[in-house]
Ligand binder design. Structure first.
Ligand SMILES: [Zn+2]
Length: 89
């Protein structure tokens, strides 16, 4: 039988909400960078669709990011959250 590749053993999941978004879409990624990238792509897609909930969430984020260093702080706190997650399987 086929076995899971090791990569799959390190997948972690976070929702759009957890990543500062506005829905329960689940992202699975091996690293926080991948996770952030997926969330970003999803955000861009929602922006194109002019999804109101996501637009509001993005506005809030942009407000927060106006403060110097806040972006880094937010990123680090999310990274810690990610690191603390158990592997999804
Ligand atoms: Zn979303």
């Amino acid at each position: 039988m086929f076995q899971n590749t090791p990569k799959e053993n390190f997948m972690k999941t976070m929702t759009c909400n957890q990543l500062g978004g506005a829905c329960e879409k689940v992202f699975s990624a091996e690293t926080f960078e991948e996770m952030a990238e997926m969330s970003k792509l999803h955000g861009m897609e929602m922006f194109k669709k002019q999804d109101e909930a996501h637009l509001n969430a993005m506005n809030k984020m942009q407000e927060l990011m106006k403060e110097p260093g806040e972006m880094e702080k937010w990123f680090e706190s999310k990274r810690k959250e990610f690191d603390a997650l158990p592997n999804s399987n």
